[in-house]
Write a protein that binds this ligand. Sequence first.
Ligand SMILES: N[C@@H](CCC(=O)N[C@@H](CS)C(=O)NCC(=O)O)C(=O)O
Length: 206
Amino acid sequence: MLKVYDVEGFPNPARVRMALAEKNATEAVTFVPVDVMGGEHRGEAFKAKNPDATVPCMELECGTNVSRCTPIIEYIDGQFEGASLIGDTPKQRALTQMMNLRAEEGLVDAVGAYFHHATDGLGPELETDQVPAWGERQKGKATATMRYFNDVLADQTFVAGDVYTMADITLLAGLGFADFAGVSVPEGLNNLNEWRERVAARYEEN
Ligand SMILES: N[C@@H](CCC(=O)N[C@@H](CS)C(=O)NCC(=O)O)C(=O)O
């Protein structure tokens, strides 16, 4: 069985969990909890699977490990039935990758940098190399990214066009991370807020 090493509720693991939910494949995976707060991900046993020392990490049935959300979601997309999360045509794939990168770098990673560098982050045991000014700068990048996607969503239903893709998943996870880290959505971003309410409903329990 496929394994996903992660922490439930953390923002990057949430991206993979949403992709699995889209493909009705959550039951096809065993989730293996990693004690990130205790530093397990930085130990040699975990780094042998994922030298990035991050979650999520997916272990395939053959024992190969895949880390980073985008390649993991690419794998999920190809492995399971259901509407594509990465695009069916070259144009859709290119736009999905482009928007996914904008959401990842501009929001998930920027909020992460703010969280890890300009707040207590994961606590003093783990946050041993903070550069607070850089973290603050990244908060501004996150806010600018929210404004950018608000403009994008004025003209289209989803982040990469008229179908739901992994770029929507990345943006949704990034907004969740922003809430957690205390990076507010600026007033008046109605397109972004309306989109968020609409896509978040896909993951609400009935
Ligand atoms: N870009 C990576 C980001 C992974 C990441 O940063 N995960 C966080 C949890 S949301 C983590 O493992 N943090 C551990 C740490 O900061 O030490 C991906 O796509 O998987």
